[in-house]
Design a protein around this ligand. Sequence first.
Ligand code: ATP
Length: 199
Amino acid sequence: LLLRRLEAYGFKSFADKTEVDFGPGITVVVGPNGSGKSNISDAIRWVLGEQNIRNLRGARVEDIIFSGSTGRRALGVAEVSLVFDNSDGVLPLDFNEVTITRRVFRSGESEYFINKTHCRLKDIHDLLADTGLGREAMPVISQNKVDEILNSKPEERRLIFEEAAGITRYKNRKKEALRKLDDTEQNLVRLEDIISEIE
Ligand code: ATP
């Protein structure tokens, strides 16, 4: 699954609408310290569903919204979109390009969109599971993550391989099915109680 483009507005240091095009091959981002290179990878991880602000080098939600600079007012909303090439149909959607968008307001409320249609975070996780961009895949690896992976427990490391092998989707579905089974069994027990009371 190829990431074609990133569009950011109001995310961290991106006060203006910023677009980054990823051509075929390797893209290298260069710039002086503090110019916002890591903010690009933070933006990608954020759209993919990162829920822990600390993993985005912030403490509160407001930290990922442009906080103003000399002559620039702070913004009330941050929005980032990732545009994926889906011409090979890896994503089960009938579009050649799929855009995933996340938006957050200062209140902390997050909104998610697939091709501009409002959706839940779960829909994005379901869409990306087993594409190599899912929750366990670690599609963005920062410098300190490398050590973390090397020092991780075998069970933790196994999750990365499971995602790469494409079975996370099925594990998630199994978990959901088991939960439904459990609910149904509990309903049955309740029904039996009611029946015995009536009899
Ligand atoms: P280095 O090479 O030092 O890692 P970098 O190019 O990766 O630097 P980043 O860490 O991506 O730089 O960018 C940090 C910059 O982003 C800082 O200048 C910081 O002031 C700015 N920044 C971070 N959050 C916000 C925000 N909410 N509003 C405005 N600017 C922000």
